[in-house]
Design a protein around this ligand. Structure first.
Ligand code: GDP
Ligand code: MG
Length: 197
């Protein structure tokens, strides 16, 4: 008998730590080697909810195809949750969040939950994006926000707990069907249409 399942995917620029995030959560391990060629496809983890029920979290990674929207399109469509990750030591990975949000708003179902993640917070000395900038960006899109470190294991479990709770809370039942018509966070509406200074 298969368990109820939720699908969560990572998105963001190359080398922000998308694969590391999944590996840290599922295997509790971290490698400082660049993982882009690993071709991590998906991993899964069974978790037990507070009420004792078990669910399966299926985690989809985007491995080196971040720029090719068409490859991720089906994954984005099917995802119940998206971890949108940038690297706090890489300003351009942060600057591209807007573009990712455009893609998500365009493709994902309206009840897909998104969390903004500023990864590599252990590298504070090399920081190019302040925590406040991350918080502001998250507020702009009405997203939860966390700074994390895959290396030091900071906030990884918290991010997964949060997104799992958000997905289950809103879906009501832990089933695998697409829920239509439940508009929880309409990212496209929250999104600012033009930049201002
Ligand atoms: P991806 O291309 O987004 O999947 O990024 P990877 O997971 O392959 O990570 C890219 C590089 O960043 C690797 O060398 C990782 O070891 C490193 N990395 C990932 N997360 C962290 C982190 O939290 N802290 C530090 N210091 N390095 C990290
Ligand atoms: Mg990767």
């Amino acid at each position: 008998m298969s368990l109820p399942e939720i699908k969560i995917m990572t998105l963001g620029e190359t080398a922000v730590g998308k694969s590391s995030f999944i590996v840290k959560y599922v295997d509790d391990s971290f490698s400082s080697n660049y993982l882009s060629t690993l071709g991590l496809d998906f991993k899964q983890k069974k978790i037990v909810l507070e009420d004792g029920k078990e669910i399966n979290i299926r985690l989809f990674d985007t491995a080196g195809q971040e720029r090719y929207k068409s490859i991720s399109i089906n994954l984005i469509k099917k995802a119940n949750g998206i971890l949108l990750i940038y690297d706090i030591t890489n300003k351009s990975s942060f600057n591209s969040i807007e573009q990712w949000m455009d893609n998500i708003a365009e493709i994902s179902s309206t009840n897909t939950k998104v969390i903004l993640v500023g990864n590599k917070c252990d590298l504070n000395g090399e920081r190019q994006v302040t925590k406040e900038e991350g918080e502001r960006k998250a507020k702009e899109y009405n997203l939860p926000f966390y700074e994390t470190s895959c290396k030091d294991g900071i906030n990884i479990n918290e991010v997964f707990l949060r997104i799992t709770n958000e997905i289950l809370k809103k879906n009501g039942k832990n089933d695998d069907n697409d829920k239509k018509g439940e508009i929880l966070t309409n990212h496209s509406k929250k999104k600012k249409k033009s930049k201002c200074c």
